[in-house]
Design a protein around this ligand. Structure first.
Ligand code: NAP
Length: 469
């Protein structure tokens, strides 16, 4: 009996996805470069299941039913290229290759063109949900050959998280649409994580709260419309007690975070496309700043600042903090969706943004109750320029913007950095400003570079000899 689908790469993600697919009634062939991983799986969790281990790629390919369907789940970049180089000559016209790793969208375009040249079908598949999601149902973001998707649609829909509005998987569009959407998903993830970390810092340094007390606050917030996975895990993190010290483990974790891969790419792509995504960018830069640990320690002794404590009632500050977090998280989704809209127009992805919101509703890291009103707003107006221009977000901005201003002001006065919150405030304030000071920029550019400018009172292009004045 031939396998319905094959998975290459038996590390955390590949193993769990293979087991997940098998649990939905399919026979799954598995292969890994290092045979021990495959052996461990076969002897362990895959024992007695419809999992067919293979110890060479030709044997793996021979075990698949035609047209063959192969999901590659290996280290992104050189690892994927190495596996594809071996797989390409073993496959036949009409077979389907899927890359489920965190590929850069430009790599997906290149690999898709190579697959096409060889008569193969290719999908770049963004997968989010980590180890747990891979086993129990991730969010799956496929893009590439639509006919190729039809071959695996049933398998992917059953493997994905079963969300509140349907399976968290849909064909997103041609080319690298799937990996582009996954990249922006990760950019939004960076921003939400940073915003919550800022809340932690403000509660810790501004309000002298213990991790346990903060967990109570996050638990409370997680009951309402801001409820979501990252908030939920943060509460659990704050409650976790280190066995050795008997104190909250979070306080013993070194304060330097890495930024690599998709979060960084999301900002690079935003800059390339001229998409305005400052909250996401601020989150990437915040991680870069965090990595300067030694420099920061030295500067702490040299550069003075105010006392990092807030004046004011704790309850008042916490209420404002909720409003500030709410608007910052909405900013992250709003910027991400806007970047997707721009990329879709430029790259011909034909993305349906309400569908993107639906696919993110479960299984993935940025799943949140907010995705319900986000989906609704995007579905109600296909031309919506920014989430903040639709309900309920107009009302929420109106309700919470004073709170965001107060939190950013308090933080700045206390010398506590809040890059995600302050960039969100600046982002919306700039967006709602009918006349920005770019007139001065244009005059400066014309002054030193004769770049010309336009006027608000008449048509045409103008240049001034500014020194003559
Ligand atoms: N971990 C997550 O939460 C997560 C979530 C979403 C997406 N992803 C993406 O999913 C993919 C798999 O992630 P992972 O964490 O399971 O594994 P990983 O640590 O990214 O990669 C390890 C796997 O790649 C294989 N590999 C690396 N270089 C290779 C090469 N040159 N030739 C053949 N195989 C090679 C390894 O084989 P050996 O055993 O032989 O070394 C192993 O199977 C990655 O692209 C990752 O970015 C991961």
């Amino acid at each position: 009996m031939k396998a319905d689908i094959g998975v290459v790469g038996m590390a955390v993600m590949g193993q769990n996805l293979a087991l997940n697919i098998e649990s939905k009634g399919y026979t799954v062939a598995v292969y890994n470069r290092t045979r021990e991983r495959t052996e461990e799986l076969a002897r362990g969790p895959a024992q007695g299941k419809r999992v067919v281990p293979a110890y060479s790629l030709p044997a793996f390919i021979a075990s698949l039913s035609r047209p063959r369907k192969v999901l590659v789940m290996v280290k992104a970049g050189a690892g994927t290229d190495a596996v594809l180089a071996e797989l390409f000559p073993l496959l036949e016209e009409g077979d389907l290759l899927m890359d489920g790793g965190n590929a850069h969208f430009a790599d997906t375009e290149r690999r898709l063109a190579e697959a096409e040249r060889r008569g193969l079908r290719y999908l770049g598949v963004g997968i989010s949900g980590g180890e747990y999601g891979a086993l129990h149902g991730p969010a799956i973001m496929p893009g590439g050959h639509r006919e190729g998707y039809a071959l695996v649609e049933e398998i992917l829909l059953r493997t994905a998280a079963q969300g509140p509005e349907g399976p968290c998987c849909t064909f997103l569009g041609p080319g690298s649409a799937g990996h582009y959407v996954k990249m922006v998903h990760n950019g939004i993830e960076y921003a939400i994580m940073q915003a919550i970390a800022e809340c932690y810092d403000l509660m810790k340094r501004g309000l002298s709260m213990t991790p346990e007390a903060m967990a109570e606050v996050f638990s409370d917030w997680n009951q309402g419309e801001l409820s979501g996975y990252i908030l939920e895990i943060t509460e659990k993190i704050l409650r976790y007690v280190d066995r050795e010290t008997g104190r909250p483990l979070v306080e013993f974790i070194l304060d330097t975070a890495q930024q690599k891969g998709t979060g960084k790419w999301s900002t690079q792509a935003a800059l390339d496309e001229g998409a305005c995504a400052p909250t996401i960018a601020a989150a990437v830069f915040a991680r870069i700043a965090s990595a300067l640990k030694e420099e920061r320690q030295a500067a702490a002794d040299v550069l003075p600042g105010p006392r990092a404590a807030f004046n004011g009632e704790r309850e008042v500050v916490l209420k404002e903090l909720f409003g500030a977090l709410y608007l910052t998280v909405v900013s992250a989704y709003a910027q991400g969706m806007r970047q997707l809209r721009q990329a879709s127009a430029e790259r011909g992805y034909t993305l349906s943004l309400p569908e993107v919101a639906r696919v993110w509703m479960d299984g993935c890291i940025i799943r949140s109750r907010l995705l319900f009103p986000i989906r609704k707003a995007l579905a109600a107006n296909a031309d919506l320029p920014l989430l903040f221009m639709a309900e309920p977000f107009i009302s929420r901005w109106t309700e919470h913007h004073e709170a965001l201003r107060n939190v950013v002001t308090r933080a700045h006065q206390a010398g506590i950095p809040v890059p995600a919150m302050s960039s969100s405030l600046d982002f919306v304030d700039a967006y709602r400003t009918a006349r920005l000071p770019a007139n001065v920029l244009q005059a400066q550019r014309d002054f030193f570079g004769a770049h010309t400018y336009q006027r608000v009172d008449r048509d045409g292009t103008f240049h001034t000899e500014w020194e003559m004045l």
